[in-house]
Design a protein around this ligand. Sequence first.
Ligand SMILES: N[C@H](CCC[C@H](N)C(=O)O)C(=O)O
Length: 290
Amino acid sequence: METFQFTKMHGLGNSYIYVNGFEETLPEHLLPDIARKVANVHTGIGSDGLILILPSERANVKMRIFNSDGSEGKNCGNGLRCVAKYVYEHNIVKEKKFLIETLSGLVEAEVHEENGRVSCVTIDMGHPKLLKKEIPMAGNGDETAIGEIMEFNGSKYEVTAVSMGNPHIIFFVDDIEKAPLTTLGPVVEKDARFPEGVNVEFVEIVNDHELHFRVWERGSGVTQACGTGACAAVVASVLNEQTTRGKETVVHLAGGDLFIKWTDEGKILMKGPAETVCTGTYYYEAGSEI
Ligand SMILES: N[C@H](CCC[C@H](N)C(=O)O)C(=O)O
């Protein structure tokens, strides 16, 4: 029987099981299986996946994120805010502004502290990527997909594709409560035109600085929130002339609100909460089924 210590944290209800890689090491070949196991609400802890907090040679700390299906993601906005909270509160990092390494590059975090506790975090998510080769998606790699017509399940949709280091496709809808989240989401996620899969977002515009948002995540399905997806949704809304660039936009996700600005310099700033749920010891048999 193997064990490791964990902390369950969430950003607007998008929860992960966090393991402190400064204190223990999980077997690399077991990571996808461990992610599936801990995410299982019946036989595990219950989460949208697993996040490792690791030493980095390029930044103060490194984050690796695994979805609940065991696939490894390249970025995670809600995860970044929780990692920032964790490393500051555990004195792994002493500064309030520091760098976090992800598989898609470095981001800068700034923790907002109240009485020694981090209540919310701002992440400079860097620049969005728009070329089809950067998403990645099929088609002319040097073109973008902004308001592009794509057919799924025999119906045509106008979509916009944005990478925040991980792939996103945004559908604009008139009523977020009627978004075809569980019918269209899984179909688009695995569509062959997205060779690495894709996170699927639905957006209802409220005004030039406010939108409603729902998500079917690659590798996790419906989650309460998706930080990278919310950033991609703001970018897509500006590109489709629905919201104003440079204006802080409130994104209403199922789990709560994120405040996101696409600055005139081109960076995406995301501000939102990060919460600790519980800590504990996880027991598992290496290589057993769930
Ligand atoms: N499902 C995503 C990773 C998690 C992203 C999301 N939870 C966030 O907060 O950005 C992917 O495979 O690209």
